[in-house]
Design a protein around this ligand. Sequence first.
Ligand SMILES: [Zn+2]
Length: 98
Amino acid sequence: MSDAMPRPQVPAEAVRTGVVASQEPTCAVCGGPRAARKRETCSAKCRAALHRQRQGASMRTQLAGLRAGLVLIRAQVDDRLAEVDALLGALVATRRRE
Ligand SMILES: [Zn+2]
């Protein structure tokens, strides 16, 4: 019992090769091989493309937020206009009765 060899859960060779295969660095833009010392992309061209992609995504997020705000404001304006119209209608009806 106490002299039983601890069994490794996964063969060491499989772990080593799996880690090597999954950690091979690739470019976030073109998917090509990337030097490990470079961050995210393989070249200046791909780095510029990634920057443009992120700027576009950021702009889309900002515009979506602004649009949602404007839609909310429009709904509130419509509500207030309906209130004003209702009050004006009531006022006109009251004066006609006088
Ligand atoms: Zn690339």
